[in-house]
Design a protein around this ligand. Structure first.
Ligand code: SF4
Length: 389
């Protein structure tokens, strides 16, 4: 059994997030994300206060998204977004408005929106370094990634300084009620794998404003960087596997696969001891080629270790080698979440219990809708079952 998000069940939300929806208004997309790290080409929609990111299906998309039965349009009178399945209205949602901090610029004239962006309804997110040592070479780049495309399009700047991040974070909290900040980064050449710039960024933001911060990077070569991130004031850490089998890692992300799974596991162990159970997490992109059993086995192993497996449907991004790759089956997501959700609840690692991060936000996956301990068996059934034992 899953919780309802507004009028949608967890299973419906899984379908909507994997298939995407056609946006019927030609000019009223409003606040949406295109390009960059995190959810790209998505629209944030709020169902009774729960915000979720829904991919926008486009004509150039792969078959499954192009043929998605879901569509949506803005009702100009009520301001609500009406969502349809094969033309039948199934839900109404609201779309978060443009945040006020987007209207501001730094003294040097850099718009705040090029330094950090709004994710979901109250998360401030930034990619501290918008370049990645693995990106330019197709032999090493992650095939799903578009990190430098938004830089090429002039939508962001290459390196956000600690002072710029502190200035924007303070404004976003004061003007828009931001509740947490997420800092990710492209991977540099150095062995810290991005942790060094995150340390400097966290120190600056924490000195300016007291919001929880999650940092995201590849496992650094030395655990000392995990200790430094914690000492800087980071509340949570994401180290993203993306794919769980060596087979898929080598095929889809050959550069990142040079950091072996064993290093992820040892870094997770150290990080859980530092940040606490659940405040260490990892993205797993369902649909890259890992089987359902592989994702389930890894997810349960991670929960056992105290790591939150944030399983997210893969969404192809235009301009990447995987732009025509199929999206995952919504029914498969439903089955995976139906196991992982109760396991998370039983381990005391539900989204609401976490301090910061994507698993806390939860907008890119319907997993948190499944975080319920199994209902206790009715006494009559229980007695009957005992009698049959
Ligand atoms: S889950 Fe993470 S990537 Fe997705 S909207 Fe929330 S903060 Fe952004």
């Amino acid at each position: 059994m899953t919780q309802k998000t507004g009028q949608l069940s967890g299973a419906q939300l899984s379908q909507l997030q994997s298939r995407g929806m056609h946006w019927l208004n030609s000019d009223a997309l409003g606040l949406a994300r295109n390009g960059g790290a995190g959810p790209t080409d998505h629209k944030a929609l709020s169902f009774d206060g729960d915000t979720t990111m829904i991919p926008i299906a486009k004509h150039q998309d792969s078959g499954q998204q192009r043929s998605s039965p879901f569509s949506a349009k803005l009702d100009q009178h009520s301001g609500e977004v009406m969502i349809f399945d094969q033309g039948n209205l199934i839900a109404k949602a609201t779309a978060p408005g443009t945040p006020r901090f987007y209207a501001l610029s730094t003294a040097e004239g850099v718009p705040y929106s090029k330094i950090a962006t709004l994710h979901s309804k109250d998360v401030l997110a930034t990619t501290v370094m918008q370049t990645c040592v693995r990106y330019r070479n197709r032999d090493t780049s992650c095939q799903f990634c578009a990190i430098e495309e938004s830089l090429a399009a002039g939508k962001t700047i290459a390196h956000k300084s600690p002072a710029q991040l502190a200035e924007v974070a303070k404004a976003a909290v004061e003007l828009d009620g931001i509740s947490q900040m997420i800092m990710t980064t492209g991977t540099p050449q150095s062995n810290d794998r991005g942790a060094a710039v995150l340390v400097a960024s966290v120190i600056a933001v924490k000195a300016a404003v007291g919001i929880p911060i999650q940092v995201q990077c590849e496992p650094p070569a030395d655990d000392i960087w995990l200790h430094r991130l914690k000492a800087a004031g980071a509340d949570a850490l994401g180290m993203h596997l993306e794919a769980v089998s060596d087979r898929v890692r080598k095929a889809i992300m050959p550069g990142k696969a040079s950091v072996p799974l064993s290093r992820y596991m040892s870094a997770f162990k150290t990080a859980v001891a530092l940040f606490g159970r659940g405040n260490v997490s990892t993205y797993i992109l369902a649909g890259l080629g890992d089987t359902e059993d592989e994702i389930l086995a890894m997810g349960l192993k991670l929960i056992d270790m105290g790591v939150y497996p944030f399983v997210v449907p893969f969404v192809p991004v235009a301009g990447t080698p995987l732009q025509n790759h199929p999206t995952p089956d919504g029914a498969m997501l439903d089955r995976i979440f139906s196991v992982l959700g109760p396991a998370l609840a039983a381990s005391g690692m539900t989204s609401s219990q976490l301090k910061a991060g994507c698993a806390k936000c939860g907008a890119c996956s319907s997993l948190k809708q499944y975080e319920q301990t199994p209902a206790p068996m009715p006494l009559a059934n229980h007695a009957e079952e005992t009698a049959h034992a």
